[in-house]
Design a protein around this ligand. Structure first.
Ligand code: DAH
Length: 437
């Protein structure tokens, strides 16, 4: 088994309970930003104004500074190319780094033999078998969304922690890198899709350890029900929808993990009520695998139409893959090393990852006085910016407040270790010198 997978797929989003209702931010430039992003999704006229290029059919591979996306799934496949200047801007709110920009458009989930592609394939196949032809899969939705899509339309309160620029990557005050695939729920409901799955890369600022990486992948699922269905079953609407949700997701867990024991735990998400989480008993411990619930009626009524009921779920693909395949470190998903990639095969859920090396870690400590605006996420972003994927963990090991000066110093241990090779002293010392500066 890999390291303890203690943190949820959903981290910030189910904490804390709401203090106020969502405010739909309505600044004067709002409409423009919204239509820009929407037209980027749909290949409208605005797309070219943003240096985005729509070309017929995929896959246009570019390199370096330009990234490609297939457009929203529809009859004609299209791609858009987005340049660095679209994403890393001079806007005071912009906090996207080059490291993050490099990840846009990589789309690991499109690789069939990659652990993420294998999990995607298995989940889609499960839904396809349980309801042939019913669930539509969206796997190329553009990851740059408006704050309206990412937060407001999901009733995420205006003061919710996930909106902070310490947690979310902002392109500008109204545009973000989606921090969850739920960002597409409302738009797909407005397009009248009633059973759908969305998979894609999501972005969150975070600290560094073996289970956290600022980019990971999620799968979202939504299913809508008609009154005739719960009436025929002689059940209340919520009871009926919740029963279907639980059956569906327990079935999915068993498809992926074998005949595991499942249990349901109450949760909180702004966009569902009731909200629950599924845990499975696997390799001797209870592990949280996904969050879900009955969709908030307001979301359904305002975007799809009244009189229906729906469930929704969201799960983290890396997390499932780490549990299932015994992958010990989340950085491995980004590895191009054949010794990693060759171990996985499309359709094979029973692979157990065999460590091909145990390179020694190298620990280096840094201490400094912290300022009022210091955050660990910012520190980790800086360290990743300098050292890239050779940083395995950053942990606070000592803290001291000088009572006279009222100043606090932190000491962090940075653990350097490559998944692929031995690091030289020289290399680490030079990186560490840069970090110290
Ligand atoms: N969006 C949530 C997250 O990233 C996960 C989630 C929970 C999605 C419940 C849902 C849901 O659709 O109903 O934390």
């Amino acid at each position: 088994m890999g390291p303890p997978l203690r943190l949820s797929t959903s981290r910030a989003l189910h904490l804390p309970a709401p203090r106020s209702q969502a405010s739909s931010s309505s600044s004067s430039s709002w409409a423009k930003v919204l239509s820009t992003t929407q037209s980027a999704l749909r290949g409208g006229a605005d797309a070219s104004r943003r240096e985005s290029r729509w070309v017929a059919s995929s896959p246009l591979r570019t390199f370096g500074r330009r990234r490609d996306f297939a457009g929203i799934a529809r009859s004609v496949a299209t791609t858009t190319t987005i340049s660095r200047s679209d994403i890393i801007t001079a806007d005071p709110k912009n906090n996207v780094t080059d490291n993050i920009f490099q990840k846009l458009g990589v789309n690991l989930h499109h690789r069939k033999d990659h652990p993420l592609g294998i999990i995607k394939g298995a989940i889609f196949q499960y839904f396809e078998e349980s309801a042939p032809g019913k669930f539509k899969l969206f796997e190329d939705l553009y990851p740059v969304v408006t704050t309206k899509q990412n937060f407001d339309e999901l009733l995420i309160p205006a003061d919710h922690i996930s909106r902070s620029d310490n947690d979310t990557y902002y392109v500008n005050s109204e545009t973000v890198l989606r921090c969850h695939t739920s960002a597409h729920q409302a738009e797909l409901l407005r397009e009248k899709h009633d059973n759908f799955l969305v998979i894609g890369d999501v972005y969150r600022r975070d600290t560094i350890d073996a289970t956290h990486y600022p980019v990971f992948h999620q799968m979202e699922g939504v299913k809508i029900f008609d009154p005739s269905e719960w009436e025929a079953a002689g059940m209340s609407e919520v009871e009926f929808v919740e029963r279907d949700l639980k059956q569906t997701l327990e079935g999915l867990a068993k498809r992926l993990f074998g005949d595991v024991e499942c249990r349901w735990v109450d949760a909180y998400f702004p966009f569902t009520d009731p909200s629950i989480e599924l845990e499975i008993f696997f390799n001797g411990e209870w592990l949280e695998v996904l969050g879900c619930g009955v969709m908030q009626q307001k979301i359904l009524d305002e975007n799809y139409g009244e009189g229906k009921k729906a469930w929704a779920f969201g799960l983290g693909i890396e997390r499932l893959a780490m549990i299932l395949f015994d992958i010990p470190d989340i950085r491995l998903f980004w590895s191009g090393d054949e010794r990693f990639l060759k171990q996985f095969k499309a359709g094979d859920l029973r692979t157990k990852f065999k460590s091909f090396s145990k390179f020694p870690p190298c620990n280096k400590d840094v201490s400094f006085w912290i300022s009022d605006d210091f955050t660990e996420n910012n520190l980790c972003e800086t360290i990743r910016g300098i050292a890239g994927d050779i940083v395995e963990e950053v942990k606070l090991i000592d803290e001291f407040t000088n009572p006279k000066k009222g100043k606090t110093s932190h000491c962090y241990r940075i653990v350097y270790r490559s998944m692929e090779r031995s690091l030289t002293d020289e290399e680490i010392n030079s990186v560490q010198d840069d970090v110290r500066r």
